[in-house]
Design a protein around this ligand. Structure first.
Ligand code: FAD
Length: 541
């Protein structure tokens, strides 16, 4: 056994799991880049939690259920919302410094408001909340002797005891990117905390590490995967060739920023009475429609009517970054486009973070817990990751304390007859192709025909990647390509299965919600390797 607990990923979910498991045994934390590199560290807006006396659990629950369009699991929503304040307090105790000020009653946290929230309840650290959370968590994790950190190590596949049904997870095969060696890492409990899958799409707010590895590994192992059709597109990423989809936080619209057409006119009130404060799927679809109908390359976001010093003080990161690309947020509207932002679906997990495979937990964005349903409410994802990392670690600690089983003999990684690739262009070609057709055919607005085209493309590409994969020596690029193809396959299968429009899934062929589809879409790997939909878990929201 290499460790009692193996944690894959070092965002807010992975760092929290590592820290919480450390009191129950040895922890191995593998992460494919440097420790801080994750979506978590780029989170700008903040973390939602009931904090003010004017707010209530009922209100946060109602807002979450409202956004989720009938697919949230009420028990999960209640748990996350009610346990939220305690988990945020944990963060503060670990050294996270959220913004606040002294008032007559002592220290008061500044609470932001974002689209879909009916109250101010977003704790933030200026506009770089994720950076502050990851700074504090990383410091504590690095100082914890029971945790061994392996950076630049990419988990490839799960170690499975296939003699059992369902297979039992005993850890993972992990590629050391520096030496290109694949190691077998065996553990009593394994946590998938590998984050989202934005890189499946051409335009994304996500960092390069977001290639859906956790979802793809669990899928290949036979775990249930759900709700992959619900991809959230962030409405406002900076439109600039060098900006690599830099995100302009929703808090800007919360603080009064307006969306404008190139001629300076507003358009949001034609789509929703809440105008700029409508939930982000409505805003993203409105922008997509304006751009497509008029052939515009972008629309504009304008906060220049607010006091310049206040804007610079409240949004320093966004201000600096825009300035670097030649736009002064305090003086002019900034060009924006939508981009893939958050994956509501993932590995099916229960209230203790348990997946459908024994000894395997999933937390954070790669899990599908039932919190978000068909649409995520802004700033609920950091909260979800925290609450579930806490609960899953508690469950795994108790389990490991009782566990006496010996792991089976699991074979070492076998590179077979693989040789060095002399055709790395295969990876680049397939990578670009998948991301482009996913953007065009499986993006913000879908149709039966577009999805059928995407299905044809992915089937051919999957076959090509499968053949190539086993004939060349493994690299991280190849492993990631295989993963984005697998995740794309799952997204297409779920989107084709759901013959209605609900939440983030919008198709022109079935434009209305249908009560018969008020269920999760669950898929598993079929005999051919392609995802097969199965009957669903019921939603209660
Ligand atoms: C720009 C941006 C802004 C956002 N703003 C907010 C916000 O204000 N509020 C909010 O609630 N949410 C926000 N979100 C969403 C939120 O940040 C994420 O959902 C959340 O941080 C996910 O945390 P995680 O720990 O699950 O994954 P991540 O933070 O993405 O961490 C995943 C980790 O897994 C590692 N990894 C991946 N694959 C492998 C592998 N095969 N082997 C080893 N390691 C691997 C990665 O390197 C990384 O360390 C934002 C997201 C983005 C991209």
């Amino acid at each position: 056994m290499d460790a009692d607990f193996l944690v894959v990923g070092s965002g807010i979910a992975g760092l929290t799991c590592a820290l919480r498991c450390a009191s129950g045994g040895s922890v191995l934390l593998v992460t494919k880049d440097r420790l801080p590199e994750s979506s978590s560290q780029y989170a700008q807006g903040g973390i939602a939690s009931v904090w003010s006396p004017d707010d209530s659990f009922e209100s946060h629950i109602a807002d979450t259920l409202g956004a989720g369009a009938g697919l949230c699991h009420r028990d999960v929503v209640e748990t996350v919302v009610r346990e939220g304040p305690a988990r945020v307090r944990d963060l503060i105790e670990l050294g996270v410094r959220f913004d606040g000020h002294e008032d007559r009653e002592g220290w008061a946290y500044d609470l932001g408001q974002e689209g879909g929230h009916s109250q101010r309840r977003i704790l933030h650290a200026l506009d770089a909340t994720g950076h502050e959370i990851i700074r504090a968590l990383s410091e504590v994790v690095r100082a914890t002797p029971q945790i061994r950190i392996l950076e630049n190590h990419l988990a490839i596949d799960l170690l499975l005891d296939r003699a059992s049904e369902p297979p039992i997870c005993w850890g993972a095969y992990v590629l050391d990117r520096a030496t290109s060696q694949v190691h077998r890492m065996c553990a009593r409990a394994t946590f998938l905390c590998a984050g989202g899958a934005g890189k499946v799409y051409l335009y994304t707010s996500n960092p390069d590490v977001a290639t859906g590895d956790g979802i793809a590994m669990a899928y290949r192992a036979g775990a249930a995967i759900a709700n992959m059709e619900f991809i959230q597109f962030h409405p406002t990423c900076l439109y600039h060739p060098q900006a690599k989809s830099f995100l302009l936080t929703e808090a800007l619209r919360g603080e009064g920023a307006l969306l404008l057409r190139p001629d300076g006119g507003r358009f949001m009130s034609r789509y929703d009475p809440r105008a700029e404060l409508a939930p982000r799927d409505i805003v993203a679809r409105a922008i997509d429609n304006e751009m497509k109908v008029h052939g515009w390359e972008s629309v504009y976001l304008d906060i220049s009517h607010r006091d310049a010093d206040w804007v610079r003080a409240r949004f320093p990161t966004v201000y600096e970054r825009c300035l670097r690309f030649g736009f002064d947020l305090t003086k002019e509207p900034v060009p924006v486009v939508p981009a893939a932002h958050y994956c509501c679906g993932g590995v099916v997990s229960d209230l203790d973070g348990r997946t459908t495979l024994p000894r395997l937990y999933a937390c954070g964005e790669n899990a599908c817990t039932g919190l978000h349903g068909a649409n995520r409410l802004a700033s609920n994802s950091l909260l979800e990751a925290l609450v579930f990392a806490y609960r899953a670690s508690a469950h795994a600690r108790a389990f490991v304390a009782r566990d006496r089983a010996a792991p089976p003999t699991i074979r070492a990684w076998d590179p077979g007859a693989a040789t060095d690739s002399d055709e790395a262009v295969v990876v680049t070609q397939n990578w670009d192709e998948i991301r482009r057709f996913m953007w065009n055919y499986v993006g913000i607005v879908r149709s039966d025909r577009r999805l059928a085209r995407a299905r044809q493309r992915i089937a051919a590409l999957q076959e090509e990647i499968r053949q190539y994969y086993w004939h060349v020596l493994l690299t991280s690029d190849l492993a990631e390509l295989r993963n984005i193809a697998t995740v794309a396959d799952c997204i297409i299968a779920c989107a084709q299965h759901r013959r209605e429009s609900r939440g983030l899934h919008y198709t022109i062929d079935h434009p209305e919600p249908d009560p018969r589809w008020r269920v999760d879409t669950v898929v598993r790997r079929g005999a051919s390797g392609a995802p097969v939909p199965e009957s669903a878990r019921g939603a209660e929201g």
